[in-house]
Ligand binder design. Structure first.
Ligand code: FAD
Length: 545
């Protein structure tokens, strides 16, 4: 099809080329290209006069060029000039390759030419260079225009600058990669759900959990656990604009030696509607989402449970020991009555001035026999010292444990504890249970001293620090103190200086001394301290035995 005659050959050529193109758009021509040129040509059915046709193309906002069959430019419109920076006089007669930046692979050009030579429209993207030397991305559609014999007479090129779009897409991809890297590095499970509960985004930890759960989807299990154990559905909460934080739930995971615990937090993360209608911010929020985080706290939970059990076990063992000892002592006291009665009888006999030596000898034998029996009962009740392997021990941690165990007693006695641990303490090799029992005994002593002092202000100071290569522990109370004459006697077996002797055997400090010695250390009652009692002990390492 050709346009009606015009006196200007260029106008006529442009009109002919467009009319020819619009009459039979080649296969592969994008509808928007046809639409753009149809507007210029005002439709195929009723073509404009060539001058008006030309004017419309001339003022089109997209860059339009028309070449001969060898890509030699015959016409370029104003938008082409604006985009490329070339005046049309500079490009007419030149190959379109004048726009090439040499950054487009040859294979792209080969495909381009193969397509247009087959009389089809080619669409694609090339890296072009403006006259000023700036590169830009050109989104291009090249369509052949055929003459009446079906031979290619023109190529129609339409292109626009899509550099900004590409830059935005690249920035978006980079941003996405960054977000994904951060999410994957996060040591918590992170998922984003849409309002139907579909997974939109997850991270490495989530995928790891999925691997551990076999074929079960972790998000389904987490939601079910929150519903059952915390009484709400996280998605419903988020859709109702309610967030939640650190809700602890457990999941049974086969082969992980007990339940896995997670602290779950959720946040409504609604997305903005991307359409231009939201430009003035008046449109309601777009898609509604839930951002769910699940922090695996299994190790912490297990540690708490283990410490609780250990504490319970220690208390039970202590109770049991106390019970056994009481029973044994009661039995021994009962058995001691026998020899005491016999001694009494023998004494009466001797006092009377007589006493058959044979009867007396029989009496003494009975005394000896029943005395040994009582002794045997006591010996049998003596608890065996458990043999404990030497471990690396943190004295601060041990003292903290003992203080926790003693909390009730300290509170009941109204004692203020001043706990001053060294910030960093080297671990020493030692026997945990022995050391724990030793510290407990020293703190029990301080409590008893403060109770016996009758003071209103009662203070217990416990401090640790590193001295040379030893750990120094100071246990100090503001009770009655130990007179200097007794500073060494208190470490002798069976010495008891308490006013209330009940439950005391005078063996605590001798045993303490033994334990300290075994740990290559020393213990002393500080002679310089006169406001109470200050015990200073040093521990280095456990002696190999
Ligand atoms: P060239 O040697 O020109 O071509 C590279 C390869 O293309 C050749 O190896 C060959 O396979 C094929 N080829 C080139 N010319 C022909 C031909 N006449 N017949 C068959 N195969 C051929 N290029 C751009 O870089 N930017 C543009 O904006 C641009 N717009 C165009 C618009 C139109 C309407 C047309 C028809 C072409 C356009 N071209 C454009 C393509 C341009 O003509 C060049 O082919 C291209 O720039 C490569 O140029 P070159 O000198 O690097 O290599």
């Amino acid at each position: 099809m050709t346009a009606k005659g015009s006196s200007d050959p260029v106008q006529q050529m442009v009109a002919n080329a467009l009319a020819g193109f619009l009459a039979a758009p080649p296969p592969g021509t994008p509808p928007e290209v046809i639409e753009a040129l149809t507007l210029a040509g005002d439709g195929v059915a009723d073509p404009l006069p060539p001058r008006l046709f030309f004017e419309a193309v001339e003022q089109s906002p997209v860059a339009i060029s028309i070449t001969n069959a060898q890509a030699i430019i015959l016409y370029a419109n104003a938008a082409f000039e604006a985009l490329t920076g070339y005046a049309r006089a500079e490009v007419i007669g030149e190959n379109e390759s004048i726009l090439s930046s040499n950054a487009t692979p040859a294979s792209v050009y080969q495909a381009l030419w193969r397509t247009i030579k087959q009389k089809q429209t080619w669409t694609g993207t090339l890296v072009n260079r403006t006259k000023a030397g700036g590169d830009y991305l050109a989104e291009l559609a090249i369509s052949p225009v055929l003459d009446q014999d079906g031979a290619i007479c023109y190529f129609l090129g339409i292109h626009r600058d899509v550099t900004r779009v590409h830059e935005l897409e690249a920035a978006l991809r980079q941003q996405k990669a960054r977000v994904e890297a951060v999410l994957d590095a996060a040591p918590v499970v992170v998922v984003l759900l849409d309002d139907a509960g579909r997974l939109l985004l997850d991270n490495q930890e989530y995928r790891k959990l999925r691997g551990e759960l076999g074929d079960r989807e972790p998000i389904d299990l987490l939601r079910a656990a929150l519903r059952k154990q915390a009484g709400f559905d996280p998605l419903e909460a988020a859709l109702a604009e309610r967030g939640f934080k650190d809700v602890e739930i457990s999941l049974e995971v086969a082969g992980s030696g007990g339940p896995r615990w997670f602290a779950c937090s959720g946040k409504p993360a609604h997305e903005l509607e991307p359409s231009c209608r939201t430009f003035f911010g008046k449109e309601p929020a777009g898609e509604r989402r839930l951002l769910l985080l699940a922090n695996d706290i299994t190790a912490r939970r297990r540690e708490i449970e283990r410490a609780y059990l250990e504490n319970l076990r220690a208390r039970l063992a202590e109770q049991q020991l106390g019970h056994t000892m009481r029973e044994a002592l009661a039995a021994a006291i009962y058995q001691m009555q026998g020899p005491l009665n016999l001694i009494q009888a023998a004494a009466e006999m001797l006092k009377g001035g007589g006493g058959d030596p044979q009867v007396l000898s029989g009496l003494f034998q009975q005394i000896s026999a029943s005395g040994h029996k009582a002794l045997a009962t006591l010996q049998a009740a003596l608890p065996e010292q458990p043999r404990e392997a030497g471990l690396m021990v943190n004295i601060n941690a041990l003292l903290r444990q003992v203080l926790e165990l003693e909390t009730d007693q300290l509170l009941a006695a109204g004692i203020v504890v001043d706990w001053q641990p060294a910030h960093v303490l080297p671990e020493i090799s030692g026997h945990k249970d022995q050391l724990r029992a030793m510290f407990k005994h020293l703190i029990d002593n301080a409590i008893q001293a403060l109770n016996e002092s009758g003071r209103t202000h009662r203070e217990l100071r416990i401090a640790t620090r590193v001295v040379d290569r030893s750990v120094e522990v100071v246990i100090q109370d503001n009770g009655p103190g130990i007179p200097s004459a007794q500073r060494y006697a208190v470490f002798e077996p069976f010495y008891i200086g308490w006013r209330h002797r009940r439950g005391r055997a005078g063996m605590g400090l001798p045993l303490t001394q033994e334990i300290v010695n075994q740990h290559g250390g020393s213990i002393e009652i500080d002679p310089e301290y006169h406001e109470g009692c200050r015990i200073r002990l040093y521990l280095t390492a456990v002696a190999e035995d």
